[in-house]
Design a protein around this ligand. Structure first.
Ligand code: GTP
Ligand code: MG
Length: 200
């Protein structure tokens, strides 16, 4: 499961511009600002392989990163960011159809969910869409370090609420992993999980 090298390959505006289907890939999906780009950096232990920002809407294109010359991380723009300028906003319906339904090399989607906030409808909708289309997914809860978030529920309580919903709506519970890109919590577990999905 060790990551020895990672190399940025290309940014694509459309699914058909992505690298050809030659290697297994994991797509990182989730709301804007959930920590998709940060998770990639944490997993590969590099600060700024993927660009991150405090402001939502940082990642605007489909970014392919080649790991150990053998498989891809795909960093994607987030969904649910209403304030993005029209030009920067993705047409999500076209995008999802174009990318997720036509990538036969897609091993799984890592669906990132912010553990520091209560379950969001848009995340549940996204999980449902993936489920209906038989796209394998793993829930990756981010920001699990934010245990002392003064107001509201704690991450473990938010997670429990989210899983409750998933149990009610799925016959099989997709795998889920708790992480923090700040502390590195969950890193090894997630990398091991991904190597098992790839079969090497
Ligand atoms: P878009 O590209 O806009 O869709 O966002 P993104 O999902 O790629 O989020 P990004 O990685 O840019 O992180 C957004 C903000 O959340 C940044 O300020 C990060 O430092 C912060 N962040 C990401 N992961 C964590 C985490 O595990 N814990 C905490 N406390 N903050 C995090
Ligand atoms: Mg990003």
């Amino acid at each position: 499961a060790k990551i020895k090298e990672v190399e940025f390959v290309k940014s694509s505006a459309r699914a058909k511009d992505c690298p050809k289907h030659d290697r297994p890939e994991f797509a990182i999906l989730g709301r804007s600002n959930v920590g998709k780009s940060s998770l990639i950096n944490a997993l590969v232990r590099k600060k700024d392989v993927a660009l991150t920002s405090k402001k939502p809407g940082k990642t605007k294109l489909i970014n392919h990163f080649l790991v150990n010359k053998s498989w891809y991380f795909v960093d994607l723009p987030g969904y649910g960011f209403a304030k993005a300028p029209e030009a920067a906003r993705m047409d999500w319906s076209a995008f999802t159809k174009g990318f997720f339904l036509n990538r036969d090399t897609l091993v799984a989607v890592l669906l990132l969910v912010d553990a520091s906030v209560p379950p969001q409808k848009i995340d549940l909708d996204c999980a449902n869409w993936l489920g209906r289309n038989n796209i394998p997914m793993t829930f990756v809860f981010t920001k699990c370090d934010k245990m002392k978030a003064g107001k509201g529920k704690r991450p473990d309580e938010n997670l429990r609420d989210f899983q409750q919903f998933i149990r009610e709506n799925y016959r099989e519970q997709p795998p889920w992993i708790m992480t923090s890109s700040v502390t590195g919590f969950g890193r090894d577990e997630l990398l091991l999980h991904m190597s098992q999905l790839r079969n090497y």
